[in-house]
Design a protein around this ligand. Structure first.
Ligand SMILES: CC(C)(COP(=O)(O)OP(=O)(O)OC[C@H]1O[C@@H](n2cnc3c(N)ncnc32)[C@H](O)[C@@H]1OP(=O)(O)O)[C@@H](O)C(=O)NCCC(=O)NCCS
Length: 184
């Protein structure tokens, strides 16, 4: 199961798309990502287009008597030859910095390594996205290099940090917390 006591991930369903659109339009949340003003129709097309190389999960926060959609987690460019995929995540602004991104990443990366037989998870992060870089550091994700002036956003070129973690590194670093969260 893709869940812990407080967080649940399940494949995105069409009924989630309105909530997910809210994330896409949150300027604060999107400030370190390529902002595209998407419509609901765009979102529906995106869901249909995922295919076998991309997976998208809605993230839910479980509280005493309800469960709320609070974010999106993706595995992209799943490559079975090179046994790797990239991962991405966005959480509603009011949920950030409460450990949910870390926990959701553990769920997702554990799924990628143990169910999809991948050997590496990677990503790229805007250089000044401190929350994301700190979260990566906590998971044990290595910074592999910097792409200079790689994205043009809000009127300026932005540097990007390439990150990645290998399967054995992930389990070595996170064994204790994965056990505590009942993920392994
Ligand atoms: C990036 C993101 C997924 C991280 O998830 P999160 O739930 O906010 O992060 P966590 O609370 O799990 O924090 C993990 C670590 O990073 C640190 N951290 C989190 N937010 C921080 C911030 N704003 N500034 C500095 N450190 C921060 C925390 O201290 C924490 O370490 P600690 O538990 O040892 O204190 C989330 O902030 C987000 O959705 N941001 C907007 C979208 C985005 O940028 N996505 C990434 C691009 S793919």
């Amino acid at each position: 199961m893709l869940e812990t006591e407080r967080v649940l991930l399940r494949p995105v369903e069409e009924s989630d798309l309105i909530d997910l659109l809210e994330l896409q339009w949150d300027r604060n949340l999107m400030k370190y990502m390529n902002f595209k003003p998407l419509t609901l129709e765009n979102q529906k097309d995106w869901l249909k287009s995922l295919g076998k190389d991309n997976m998208a999960f809605s993230i839910f926060l479980k509280t005493e008597n309800k469960i709320d959609l609070i974010g999106l987690a993706t595995l992209n460019q799943i490559n079975t030859i090179h046994q790797r995929a990239s991962w991405g995540m966005k959480l509603k602004s009011n949920i950030q910095s409460k450990g949910v991104g870390f926990e959701s990443s553990l769920i997702l990366i554990n799924f990628a390594f143990s169910n999809l037989n991948l050997m590496k998870i990677h990503g790229d992060i805007m250089y000044d996205n401190i929350a994301n870089r700190k979260m990566c550091e906590k998971i044990g994700v290595r910074e592999e290099g910097i792409l200079v002036d790689h994205y043009y956003q809000n009127g300026k070129f932005r540097d990007v940090v390439l990150v990645g973690i290998l399967k054995e590194e992930f389990y070595l670093k996170n064994n204790e917390i994965l056990t505590k969260l009942n993920l392994i």
